[in-house]
Design a protein around this ligand. Structure first.
Ligand code: TNX
Length: 552
């Protein structure tokens, strides 16, 4: 008895974890958990689907049943009757919310649609032995769910992760592996960065040279030596069929893809493919797919109608391919030096009557014109735009969504002006930044370019720092409704392999998931860390995902 009390006291001290939930280690932590006595044996149960349930939700239940059958070594079938787990369609429950009630003899899941059922299943999976994620039967693993009542709903609707597949290319299978993990942690937006100076990664039928030429670079700089080149031709791209496959795969996991075509800067690979779209004329071949990192001064010639047609054609194909409501059109880091001397850009500036005013140059206003034109074009295709916070400089048309990356000020300004915002500030959300202060032992990262032993503390995005981010902290009360959510970005200049990619993602994505999902009062870093040790990290092992070990 004394021992039990001591153990309980120790548990309570371990991060003040909610006393009602000593046995669960669910990430992101559910809104409310009430434990009851006993357990529910899932080996050989049947899963009953409400006839009112839609086919997609029933499909998710079927996949869960198949997974359970395999892992526990005893068939768990979807059927009308039998002892089991009921999935009930309940229209009174909010779209992404769900409830789970487990007793010794039965279990019940309630949701109003696909996302809710899916998240309930993800929660149930995390309550089972990690073998549920595996590919082999483990009948002795202890296939029981603890009796409890859970009700859960997310804090933010947009729960994103961005992957740069341009600086380095990741295969369809690797992208799917990332999507699998995102689904476990209830992330629902995959922002896919598909065009860059260093490589164009998406098949565009009307412009085949984008992938014939633009997807390949003649080598890559080595670490932070800008004069070097490893001499290895590098590249790759996704065909439309592969992209459709990835879209369907994501959709089954409740994830919508936000494709990004970064314009009008970060376009050197497109310029190498079609030099006539640039400001330099087209002969002799003036551009190459970039082999070094940084911000290229070579940008699209937006004074030319030919360039506008190109952009509309490309975005048109992207809009036809991706079913989601958002297309990201970039807009970041576009030096405008070339536009200052280009006759077509200057003629366009005169035609539009753009002036230097209020600290905004005529050339910056020319970029506003491009943004507005693409926004209008995409609206005609039923799509909304997202852009990096640079699109806020000058005039921005209503209905655009701003992704705040240069700190939080862009997000504060945009939301105060009535634009929707996704928070992704470098200081907390950049997963390409070093994960600890150990410059010597961490793999080479972008932070190694500028951090010194004295400054690395500030540069590092540690698990704890990310976890501690409060996205609404500086947002005025009345603007808070415009914060759609939070996203982490993984830029891959220095990340060339899947193992390294996973190391940078995990376990930081789990911290991200809690700040996207949980109300601030539900967050607790010590409890979170103990959840990782108890369940999440063994689960990543089971999935064969590489991750950074926790600091002791
Ligand atoms: C800034 S974030 C960029 C990227 C780089 C990243 C490196 C943003 C919109 N642009 O092009 O890869 O920094 O951290």
């Amino acid at each position: 008895m004394k021992k039990t009390l001591l153990a309980l006291a120790a548990l309570a001290m371990l991060g003040g974890c909610a006393p009602e939930a000593p046995a669960l280690h669910i990430v992101p932590a559910p809104l409310s958990v009430q434990m009851a006595r006993g357990t529910f044996d899932v080996q050989g149960i049947s899963l009953n689907c409400d006839p009112a349930m839609d086919a997609r939700s029933a499909g998710a239940v079927q996949r869960f049943a198949d997974e359970l059958s395999l892992a526990c070594g005893k068939a768990c079938e979807v059927s009308e009757d039998g002892r089991g787990m009921r999935f009930v369609q309940d229209d009174s429950i909010a779209p992404e919310a769900y409830s789970i009630s487990i007793r010794r003899s039965a279990a019940e899941v309630r949701a109003s649609g696909f996302s809710g059922f899916l998240y309930a299943i993800q929660t149930l999976r995390q309550m089972l032995p990690v073998a549920v994620y595996g590919t082999e039967a483990d009948p002795a693993a202890g296939w029981r769910l603890p009796c409890c009542d859970i009700s859960d709903a997310p804090r933010f609707g947009y729960r994103g992760l961005m992957l740069d597949c341009c600086r380095h290319f990741f295969s369809v299978d690797e992208v799917k592996k990332v999507l699998d993990a995102m689904a476990v942690y209830k992330l629902n937006r995959f922002h896919w960065h598909l065009s860059e100076d260093q490589g164009w990664r998406i098949q565009i039928d009307k412009y085949p040279r984008l992938t014939e030429v633009g997807a390949w670079r003649n080598g890559t700089m080595i670490r932070n030596d800008w004069d070097s080149n490893d001499g290895i031709r590098y590249g790759g791209f996704y065909t439309k069929d592969q992209i459709r496959d990835i879209i369907a795969y994501a959709d089954e996991r409740g994830i919508t893809i936000v494709p990004e075509i970064d314009l009008p800067g970060h376009m050197q690979a497109a310029l190498a493919s079609y030099p006539e779209l640039g400001c330099k004329g087209s002969k002799p071949q003036p551009y190459e797919v970039w082999t070094v990192w940084g911000v290229s001064r070579q940008v699209l010639n937006v004074g030319s109608e030919k360039t506008m047609r190109f952009l509309e054609d490309v975005l048109g194909e992207v809009a036809d391919l991706f079913p989601g409501e958002y297309i990201h059109i970039g807009g970041d880091e576009c030096p405008r030096d070339e536009w200052k001397t280009d006759p077509l850009c200057q003629a366009k500036i005169r035609e539009l009557g753009l002036k230097d005013s209020d600290g905004v140059s005529a050339e910056a206003r020319l970029q506003n014109y491009v943004t507005a034109r693409m926004q209008k074009f995409l609206a005609g295709k039923g799509k909304k735009i997202i852009g990096w916070d640079e699109i806020l400089e000058g005039e921005l048309a209503e209905g655009a969504t701003v992704m705040s990356w240069r700190g939080t000020k862009g997000g504060i300004k945009a939301s105060s002006q009535g634009y929707d915002v996704i928070m992704a500030p470098t200081t907390y959300c950049y997963l390409d930044y070093i994960q600890s202060t150990d410059l010597e032992h961490e793999p080479f990262s972008i932070s190694h370019n500028w951090a010194t032993p004295e400054t690395v503390g500030k540069a590092a995005v540690t698990l704890e720092k990310l976890y501690g981010y409060e996205p609404l902290a500086e947002i005025p009360e009345e603007a808070r409704g415009h914060i759609l959510g939070v996203q982490c970005n993984l830029w891959t200049e220095y990340i060339a392999t899947p193992e390294h990619l996973e190391y940078m993602l995990f376990p930081r994505v789990l911290a991200l998931s809690e700040l996207q999902w949980c109300a601030p009062e539900r967050k607790d870093f010590r409890r979170f860390k103990s959840d990782l040790s108890a369940h999440a990290l063994p689960m990543l092992d089971e999935l064969g995902i590489n991750y950074r070990k926790l600091d002791q």
